[in-house]
Design a protein around this ligand. Structure first.
Ligand SMILES: C[S@@+](CC[C@H](N)C(=O)[O-])C[C@H]1O[C@@H](n2cnc3c(N)ncnc32)[C@H](O)[C@@H]1O
Length: 229
């Protein structure tokens, strides 16, 4: 089986939980292509599409898929995000290891290109490297609903991942929920130790970021108020 980093294992876990063996996995920004290889090896997906904005990583993905014996049930496209890849029922779109603003740009275009009826049948697994609060607010302002969130600690860095689906239902997210994650807050309240460590880490970095970021400042205040109750 293809080895993955702890971070990509977390992302794969979200794909696994959403899959039923008949899905097509679309890995946007696939780089090495390892995630798609693992999805096919495990039988989580029956086919895979890797998209890459750069030719070099696209070539790496194509080689990895071919060498693993999945040349026939996969394709690699050099394209920006999901451009030229129409979505369909049962697709799982993974966008991992990218900045939040890039993720928002890719999802926004997908929403416009595919329409809401198709989007409702697609699962999105997102792992932003930064700007989580902006991604979460964007999703909730644009009809997406959170299904699950997870965290991991990989080579001295905390990462988080979210699984969302489009339902056409907008909801206002508090600054606390945007910064810490609505479902991670629930997991923390239920005593999840990994999430508690992640929140301790966020508390520390937000103490610094609060000076220049009013959303972070308000989230920290809300969190401290909740702790006092
Ligand atoms: C840091 S790597 C992450 C690779 C892999 N998804 C992971 O999580 O390990 C980000 C990759 O996304 C690609 N990328 C960045 N923006 C993209 C876009 N708009 N469309 C497709 N690929 C993109 C980059 O070329 C790079 O290979």
């Amino acid at each position: 089986m293809q080895n993955l980093t702890v971070r990509l294992e977390m992302v794969l876990g979200q794909v696994r939980n959403a899959a039923n063996g008949t899905v097509r996995v679309i890995d946007v920004g696939s780089d090495h292509g390892y995630l798609a290889v693992r999805c096919l090896e495990e039988g989580i997906a029956k086919s895979a599409v890797c998209t890459e904005i750069h030719e070099g990583p696209a070539r790496k993905s194509a080689v990895a898929l071919k060498e693993a014996g999945f040349g026939d049930c996969s394709e690699v496209r050099v394209t920006d995000g999901l451009n030229g890849v129409p979505l369909s029922d049962n697709d799982i779109v993974v966008i991992a290891g990218m900045g939040g603003l890039n993720i928002i740009d890719i999802i926004g275009r997908a929403l416009k290109d595919n329409g809401t009826a198709v989007m409702e049948k697609v699962v999105f697994v997102l792992q932003p490297q930064k700007s989580n609060e902006i991604v979460r607010k964007y999703l909730c302002d644009n009809g997406f609903v959170f299904i699950d969130e997870s965290v991991c600690y990989d080579r001295d860095i905390f990462y988080n991942c979210m699984r969302v689906v489009y339902k056409g239902i907008n909801r206002e997210l508090s600054d606390l929920e945007a910064c810490y994650g609505p479902l991670l807050i629930e997991k923390n309240n239920a005593g999840d130790k990994d999430v508690a460590l992640y929140f301790d880490h966020l508390d520390e970095i937000f103490e610094i970021r609060k000076r220049s970021n009013p959303v972070v400042r308000s989230a920290l205040e809300e969190r401290k108020n909740n702790e006092r109750k």
